[in-house]
Design a protein around this ligand. Structure first.
Ligand code: NAP
Length: 336
């Protein structure tokens, strides 16, 4: 029988306390033994992957390691009845790409509870253009709607707007008729943000003016914050009475320098968003929206596709805060 070999991005610790990454050939036997082996067609680059690829022990405890928290592909082998060889499936989050070899390898081996059928109306490429970042944006929008935010109540603010989560959140909110105000640190990307649906673009530093105040003028009916720190605090201080801020990211900081006043004087709700352990029922419900009524048009404006060999500079760009939109990783040539 033909031996399957596949390429994987492997991040290793070096003797001087640093980390190096490079492509290696692997065999199926190198993967952990688990219920489902998937031949990966596409993965995508998320912030967590960039951290893992850079030796962040908060994300990945054990190296050598293959990052990639997203994967879409075909079932190669399944020991459970729910999935059969050849099924097109999606696997994202849980421990994939954290301490389990991830989607930056040509095959993954995972528990069946992490796997769902690829929604029929999405191509594998589209699923990874959305990926964890887009799914997270979907969760944020879903939460705002669940908690009663309506477009007549005022604009929704999106921070880290040119990033993966931010840009898809802008697109989703604009498509649903919300007035979207964005915060960005990229002066040369204002036109891009308007193109994907932002009504107004605020420069990052200008947005932080007044960050030392306890409360700011009431502006935002809702917030999708991807960066944390002073940005989330400033956004919450400017959230309207009964408004909702969602927090999903920490690209700027994990701190939240804030008083209780927005909560006890304005009834603001702060709602946390996690995609990694999002329950399967909710996961499927969000994907149903993303592949149906919320289907995102113009994904090509937001996403680029690169081969696994070209992922390295994308990782560095993301860690430097320079990411724009989403990067899909084409894994179709990564196995023989
Ligand atoms: N909770 C979850 O389950 C979940 C899921 C996915 C992602 N996340 C988190 O969400 C965040 C965004 O993820 P992503 O995939 O969108 O990453 P990304 O593509 O790298 O986007 C992050 C964006 O944040 C802005 N930014 C970066 N550094 C900043 C800084 N120092 N100060 C202010 N803004 C900064 C930049 O946008 P501008 O230049 O436009 O400001 C950047 O493009 C990350 O923290 C990630 O870990 C969480």
């Amino acid at each position: 029988m033909k031996q399957i070999k596949f390429q994987a991005l492997v991040v290793s610790a070096t003797e001087d306390g640093g980390y190096q990454r490079g492509l290696q050939w692997k065999r199926l036997e190198d993967l952990p033994e688990d219920e489902i082996i998937i031949q990966v067609e596409y993965s995508s680059l998320n912030y967590k992957d960039a951290l893992s690829a850079n030796g962040n022990r908060g994300v990945t405890r054990r190296y050598p390691h293959t990052p990639g928290i997203d994967a879409v592909g075909r079932v190669h082998r399944s020991s459970v009845n729910r999935f059969s060889s050849g099924d097109r499936v999606l696997c994202m989050g849980y421990d994939l790409g954290m301490n389990t070899p991830g989607g930056f390898g040509g095959y993954i081996s995972v528990p069946s509870s992490w796997v769902m059928a690829l929604p029929e109306s999405l191509t594998p490429l589209e699923a990874m253009q959305i990926g964890t970042a887009g799914f997270t944006a979907g969760q944020c929008v879903h939460r705002l709607l669940e908690l009663g935010v309506q477009k007549q109540q005022g604009p929704v603010l999106v921070t880290g707007a040119t990033g993966g989560v931010g840009s898809i959140a802008v697109r989703l909110l604009a498509a649903q008729g919300f007035e979207v105000v964005t915060v960005t640190g990229k002066p040369d990307q204002h036109a891009f943000l308007h193109e994907i649906g932002a009504g107004k673009v605020i420069d990052r530093q200008k947005f932080l003016a007044g960050a030392d105040k306890l409360l700011l003028r009431e502006r935002w009916a809702g917030v999708v914050d991807t960066v944390g720190g002073d940005f989330l605090a400033t956004a919450i201080k400017g959230t309207r009475y009964d408004g909702v801020a969602t927090s999903c990211g920490n690209a700027a900081s994990g701190d939240l320098p804030l008083s209780v006043y927005p909560f006890i004087l304005r009834g603001v709700t702060l709602s946390g968003i996690d995609s990694a352990k999002c329950l399967m029922d909710r996961r499927k419900a969000i994907w149903e929206k993303l592949s149906g009524p919320w289907r995102i048009t113009g994904l090509a404006t937001i996403c680029r596709t690169v081969a696994l060999q070209a992922i390295d500079p994308e990782i560095d760009r993301m860690l430097a805060g320079g990411a724009k939109g989403r990067v899909v990783v084409d894994m179709r040539e990564a196995s023989v």
